[in-house]
Design a protein around this ligand. Structure first.
Ligand code: SF4
Length: 178
């Protein structure tokens, strides 16, 4: 029987959630026995194919993030959000009380280390959205693994639950980072 397929995507985030996944250490050998990891920052394939489980890290911060998230959602049966950025907006959403243009000006022009700064502008550069959003403000998300990052045990638990046909509900002791 074919193994279930997984794809993962990385929006506006620090890659810490994917690093936490890799922190499951030798259990990753059990995971790759059970699933095929297709498109992912880990494999570096670029285009989604149809998969059983989609996993997303990071905040929806730019037009590209929104495009990637919709693309992943369209190709997966179950979508799981990893980490506070994807679940709630996380640190990236701390820009939301401010005007988008002020954020760009602060980031590209006004920081103390910047000399002759300029806000980049090109059709090839994704546009910053007016507000940073968690994944479920854009598409349906089926399960959430919060934490910044979620610890490796929580990620492993959630994955195994899904592979056993259950939508994971994290026990209380996995809702904090130890
Ligand atoms: S939730 Fe934390 S670890 Fe994960 S991408 Fe966001 S900032 Fe990084």
């Amino acid at each position: 029987m074919a193994k279930p397929k997984i794809a993962t995507a990385w929006m506006a985030g620090c890659a810490g959630c994917h690093m936490s996944f890799l922190d499951i250490d030798e259990r990753i050998l059990d995971v790759v026995k059970l699933v095929d990891i297709t498109t992912s920052p880990i494999t570096d394939f670029k285009h989604f194919e149809d998969v059983d489980i989609g996993i997303v890290e990071g905040t929806v911060n730019t037009t590209k993030d929104e495009e990637v998230l919709r693309d992943l959602r369209a190709h997966c049966k179950i979508l799981m959000a990893w980490g506070d950025c994807a679940c709630f907006g996380g640190i990236v959403a701390s820009r939301n009380p401010f005007d988008k243009t002020d954020c760009l000006r602060r980031g590209y022009i006004e920081t103390e280390s910047t000399v002759h700064g300029k806000i980049p502008s090109s059709d090839e550069i994704p546009r910053l959205l007016d507000k940073a959003k968690p994944a479920n403000h854009v598409v349906k998300v089926d399960c959430f693994v919060p934490g910044c990052p979620p610890n490796a045990d929580s990620i492993y638990y959630a994955l195994v639950e899904l592979l056993n046909g259950r939508i994971p509900v994290l026990p209380a002791n996995m809702m904090r980072f130890d």
